[in-house]
Write a protein that binds this ligand. Sequence first.
Ligand code: BG6
Length: 478
Amino acid sequence: TQQTPFTLVLFGATGDLARRRLLPSLFALFRDGRLPAQWQLVGVGRSERTSEEWESGLVEALREEKPDLEGWQDDWAAFAGHLAYFQGDASAAGDMQQLATLVQHERCLYYLSTRADLYGSVTRALASAGLVGPRASIVMEKPIGLDLESARAIDDVVSEHFAESQIYRIDHYLGKETVQNLLVLRFANSIFESQWNHRYIDHIQITIAESGSVAGRAAFYDEVGALRDMVQNHLLQLLCMTAMEPPHALTADAVRDEKVKVLKSLRPLDNNVIPEKIVRGQYQRAGDEPGYLADIGAEDSDTETFAALKVEVDNWRWAGVPFYLRTGKRLAERACEIAVHFRPVPHSIFTQQHRAAMANRLVFRLQPDEGIHLSLSEKQPGAGMNIKMSELSLNPETLAGKRVPDAYERLLGDVLADNQTLFVRRDELMAAWEWIDPIIQHWRHSGVRPEPYQAGSWGPSAATLLLARDGRLWDELA
Ligand code: BG6
């Protein structure tokens, strides 16, 4: 239960994710009274600093990330009383033995927010320091590995020391409010599920657009690129949540069984179709806006900062319904949506030329403004028969008058409650990599370079063409 005292050991404690997302989320749980009376957080990092120095870095990040947070100063001191910094090499058994002397509770959570190629050695060092008991869990950030082979190698080592029920492979997109609302909308309303198939749906678009650059994470990003950073995990997970069959229950395995089935139904890609179905881009300087190479301080790089894909799900429900996915850095806006485009009416008694434009669209808006919007045709008042598109909207923020918790809050709370529903199971991780791997291999061996796009635009023209070839357009996201 959440009343059990725990020790959270956070590897990568001085990193971006820890400072900007994890600590603020843990603080929010603390302020909501969702942590037990006794708990401790040990932040592990290589750099030398005192606990006070580390803490003041956290405060600085909190101010930057949550400028509107009220009254937090009153709670910070009590929160910070639970924190300590430990300088050490997470893959050195000796350092981990020293760490063991600081651990106060049997229930231990190890959060790996370092480079994934260290996950194996950190796990080994923890095990040899006697830190992996039956009450221990491990949380791993994505991307786990750089391709199928390395993912398997990393996961094998972790699985040697932790049982699957102790392993939390985190994908924070699953913790976003609208993604859980997608489950409710689909499975708690009879009117949608009956339409949720190739008979009524024309195609689906999933976009994760970011306006930010890669500044501050250049070394990490340049090795990884958009395909591994966003597609292998976040985009495929959103696709799974949209496409899966109704699970028989809201339990971890029931949900994950259905997601694995979707991943296994993705039409496999081979070298002949990859260039046609997958677009790769890299942002370039536009006016005063620097390009990718300037941002990472390199002369050359063929890392993609943009990817767009046409994905086919070869099963009964989705036959003939393409899923178009796209993501990129330095795009015109930060916005994330899953847009379900329904088929137009089979025969219009109104103006024919607007038939397609008046097809219904159900949009799950993940950010920046969470909500669900269904577009419908309605008559404009007055003489004649003029039709316009209007929207029915659900917006959890205004409906509940409540703050929408950050994804990491939800997920950290789930780890503490031993709930794996919103975490990725091993077979799921492997199925996702199996589908992605041919793309990585193709890019590696064919030497295809990313197509340039202007910083601040919507990506390379090839992405527009990808849909235009099918007679479609990307939705405009504002
Ligand atoms: C992370 C990626 O997983 O997700 C980042 O590594 C990306 O590159 C981030 O910026 C986006 O998350 P969010 O929640 O801000 O949309």
